[in-house]
Structure formats: structure tokens, C-alpha cells
Design a protein around this ligand. Structure first.
Ligand code: ADQ
Length: 456
């Protein structure tokens, strides 16, 4: 039998975090899907430790070789906070915030990408399969192809690829495209991402072909749409644990047994539409004040990219909005909005999912959105209503959600009202369909699909 290709995963972060001076495996679907494959294929993971200026020699953790890449403190500023999160992140999310273009951010982006490519080249043996992840590393496939023509290279973009009219603004658009086109397979969350990329590659990089197959310099580059997912079984099992059920019951009791619980869970990011969602809830209470005692909105926001001004502003706006709604509609001991600005252990998160009657996922643009899928997997009795932005990649699979335009405050308020009033049988029929969708495509199926496409 032919030996399987070794697999090298290249991602901005190693699948580890440093806790009290020791390495621990980071939680998350991507890591749980790839770890067994990497162990089986004697693979390595190339990435940053998350600590500026700290890159120990390669070491083995949990059966997987870890290859740290050095990133200095100024590079964290210019490469990570700057070009990745001040230029690419807003540009790729429909420019919902104005992207900043600075040459002094671009140069460190290129340099750090080259360092990742060099580390990857030394981690690989002839003929290995290299799988590069996400927008921080778009130049890696091109650099790597240049020095190691023997490798098979795949790339997966976790965020949207923007429409060509927006991508055209990027002063380094040709270099980014050439970087990505160094891969054999470039994969996206949705068909739209794939189409946008193909158009840009044809227009700005001289590629020929269509949205499934491009050619450049005598090479073929295949494009794939593969929606990422979650470890569905893990969420189903966790949601059914007696301790999690008890925690969910306690939350309901604390928040008011007789009230319907509307939940939002996001990284605190301006793409997630948290402010508009709160405004829609406010509009609902203004139109129908009699609902105020019956409803409670819990927003859980994980701190994120706090070093960037836009994020601090966003946080201040949300806190002000929360205060305004509670000031107008609250009663002592009965506030309509509860706002938690912190990360939660996964048992607590799933207890919230289990407790929530309505889940509100309303990003202005999102590559996929795993929270929507996690909620669905955490509904053991098929109850609950998912309100989902049509601009989340997840909306392509979760067709039985209540789909909304997240920019439309009144439309969103009306949809929230519909969710509150939805008869239990109708909600259960929708939820059963949603649960089938997240069972059909879990993160393991996603990884298999991508790896098969790269091995063809
Ligand atoms: P994110 O933008 O981070 O991911 P998302 O897909 O929703 O967005 O994943 C967030 C993760 O953080 C979820 O697994 C969720 O459980 C967790 N989380 C959120 N709030 C939390 C809290 N308070 N405490 C603990 N955990 C919390 C990017 C893209 C997405 C894409 C993913 C994967 O922007 O579109 O779905 O990558 O490809």
C-alpha cells in the first residue's frame, strides 16, 4: 500500500497556549480535527507561540511536532495588529470599517510570511503535503512553491474573500494573489469566496480559467468551497451532561424562569453586528413595551484585539447601548440586557446555549460563524430558534434558520418578534432540519474533504 503523504499544518498560531509556564493544547474544532490526522501522518505544526520574541526550538507536544516561528514585538504591532487586522480584516469583511493601507505594515507582513515559509521548508521532506491556514499567511504558498517545487500545497481561507471591486483597493493585490496561487488547492468557506477569488486572479494576476480551475505559468490551481464546521458530537454530548443541564436550569432561574432568553455570543468584533442587534432589541421594546418584562437578552462577548482603537470604541458603544436599554426598560432586579465581557469555559458556554430560547447571530459579514452551529448542536430537545445573518457563511447550510439582513434594525426587530412568538412545533421542525445539517457536515468531514482535494 502506498504510504500516506506527511502533513505539515502552517497557521498563525501553534495549537497550544502557555498556562502557568506549561504548554496546553488550545481548545477548538480545528485543533481537535487536525490533531489525530497529524499524529497518524507523523506531521508537524508550524506557527507562532502567541508570545512576542519567544520561539523555542522545535519540540513534541501530545504526539505532534511543534515548530515555533519567531515574531518580534514590533512585528506583532505591524504584521499582526497592523496589516492582518487593520488592513486585511476590514477589507475582507466588506470594508465595514475603513481598511488602512500602510507600506510600513506591508513590509513586515511579507517578512513574517517569508519566515513562516522558511520554517515550513525546513520542516518538510520531499513530497510532503503542506496545508496553510488563513489570511495572516497568504504569501506563504508562493514563497514555498518558489523554493520547494516538490511539495503539494493547500490553502484554506477562514474569512470571506471580498468582491473584486473591494479587493481592487489593496495596493499589494497582485502580490497577495500570486502568493495564494502558489498553492495547488485554494479553499474557501463558500462558493461566493471562491468566485470572488477567481475573478480577482483573472483580472489582476493574469490567471486564466474559471471558479473551479485556474491556470498560471503552466500550473493548475484548483479552487474549492468547503464550509468549516464543529465537533458536533462533542457539543451534543456536552449539552446532554447532567451538570450542564443543571447549570442551564440555574441560569434560567437566575434570569427569571418566566422570561424568554435571547442570547448573543461573539468575539467582540465590529464585524459581528453586536451593536445593531442590541438596537434591534431596543426597537422591539419601544414598539412593544409590554414585552419588556417577558424578555431578557444576554450578550456574552470575548475580549479580542484590545490593542486596536476600533475595538475599544466598539466596546464603549456596546456598554453605552446596554446602559441605555436598561435605563429605559429595566426594573430593579429585572434588567432586560445582561452583558458579560469575558471568555467562558466551554461547559458554561454550552449551558448558555442550552438555556437560550433564541440565539441571535447577526454578523455584518462572517466567513462561517461557528457559534451558530454550536447552538444548534447544543439543543437536545430540538427546541429554540436561530436568528442568523444572511451574510454569515453558515447561512448557506443553515437554511432553516430565520435569516435576516443584519443592517436592517426594524427588520431584525420584526424577526426577533417572530422568533419570540414562534409556535413550539414550528420551531422544533426548523431545529430538526438545522441539526441534521450540522451532523452531516462536522469538522472531521470538512478536514477529510479538504485533504482529499489536496491529495487528488
Ligand atoms: P471567529 O471570528 O473567531 O472565527 P466564530 O466562527 O464564531 O468566529 O468562532 C468563535 C469561537 O469562539 C466559537 O467557537 C465560540 O464558541 C468561541 N467563543 C465565542 N464567545 C466565547 C466566550 N465568551 N467564551 C468562550 N468562547 C467563546 C473565524 C472566522 C469565522 C469562522 C472561524 C472558523 O471569522 O467566520 O467560522 O474563523 O473558520
Amino acid at each position: 500500500m502506498e504510504r500516506q503523504q506527511r502533513l505539515i499544518v502552517v497557521a498563525n498560531r501553534l495549537p497550544l497556549q502557555r498556562v502557568a509556564g506549561e504548554w496546553e493544547t488550545s481548545p477548538g474544532g480545528l485543533v481537535s480535527a487536525l490533531a489525530p490526522i497529524l499524529r497518524e501522518r507523523e506531521g508537524s505544526w508550524v506557527g507562532w507561540t502567541g508570545i512576542a520574541g519567544f520561539a523555542p526550538d522545535p519540540f513534541v507536544h501530545d504526539g505532534i511536532e511543534q515548530r515555533p516561528v519567531y515574531i518580534s514585538k514590533p512585528e506583532v504591532e505591524d504584521f499582526y495588529l497592523g496589516f492582518c487586522n487593520g488592513t486585511l480584516w476590514p477589507l475582507y469583511h466588506d470594508a465595514v470599517r475603513t481598511p488602512e493601507f500602510h507600506r510600513h505594515w506591508w513590509r513586515p507582513y511579507a517578512e513574517v510570511n517569508r519566515r513562516f515559509a522558511d520554517e515550513t521548508a525546513s520542516a518538510t521532506k520531499p513530497g510532503d503535503l503542506v496545508w496553510v491556514q488563513d489570511y495572516q499567511l497568504q504569501l506563504v504558498p508562493g514563497y514555498l512553491r518558489h523554493v520547494r517545487a516538490d511539495l503539494t500545497i493547500g490553502f484554506f481561507l477562514h474569512i470571506p474573500f471580498p468582491p473584486v471591486e473591494l479587493f481592487a483597493q489593496l495596493p499589494w493585490r497582485r502580490q497577495i494573489l500570486e502568493g495564494l496561487l502558489g498553492a495547488d488547492v485554494v479553499a474557501f468557506q463558500t462558493r461566493l469566496g471562491k468566485q470572488n477569488f477567481a475573478r480577482a486572479a483573472i483580472r489582476f494576476a493574469g490567471a486564466t480559467g474559471n471558479s473551479t480551475r485556474l491556470e498560471l505559468g503552466g500550473r493548475v490551481i484548483r479552487l474549492l468551497a468547503a464550509p468549516i464546521s464543529i465537533d458536533t458530537r462533542h457539543y451534543e454530548q456536552l449539552a446532554s451532561e447532567p451538570t450542564v443541564a443543571a447549570r442551564a436550569d440555574a441560569l434560567r432561574a437566575d434570569l427569571g424562569q418566566d422570561r424568554r432568553l435571547i442570547l448573543g455570543v461573539d468575539r467582540l468584533d465590529y464585524t459581528k453586528g453586536i451593536d445593531i442587534r442590541l438596537r434591534a432589541f431596543e426597537a422591539l421594546l419601544q414598539h412593544q413595551p409590554e414585552l419588556a418584562p417577558e424578555l431578557v437578552f444576554v450578550q456574552v462577548a470575548v475580549p479580542s484585539r484590545e490593542g486596536i482603537g476600533e475595538y475599544a470604541q466598539m466596546r464603549a458603544d456596546i456598554e453605552q447601548l446596554t446602559g441605555r436599554i436598561n435605563g429605559a426598560f429595566g426594573e430593579p432586579g429585572r434588567m432586560p440586557v445582561h452583558y458579560l465581557y469575558r471568555s467562558l469555559p466551554s461547559e458554561d458556554l454550552v449551558a448558555y446555549y442550552r438555556a437560550a430560547d433564541i440565539m441571535c447571530v447577526t454578523p455584518l459579514r462572517d466567513g462561517m460563524n461557528l457559534v451558530a452551529k454550536e447552538y444548534v448542536a447544543s439543543r437536545p430537545h430540538n427546541s429554540g430558534v436561530l436568528v442568523l445573518s444572511e451574510f454569515a457563511g453558515a447561512a448557506q447550510e443553515l437554511r432553516q434558520a430565520l435569516l435576516v439582513n443584519p443592517h436592517d434594525v426594524d427588520g431584525l426587530a420584526a424577526t426577533l418578534h417572530r422568533a419570540v412568538k414562534m409556535p413550539a412545533e414550528e420551531a422544533a421542525a426548523h431545529m430538526a432540519g438545522l441539526r441534521r445539517a450540522v451532523r452531516r457536515n462536522d469538522v472531521f468531514a470538512w478536514a477529510r474533504r479538504c485533504l482529499e482535494a489536496m491529495s487528488e
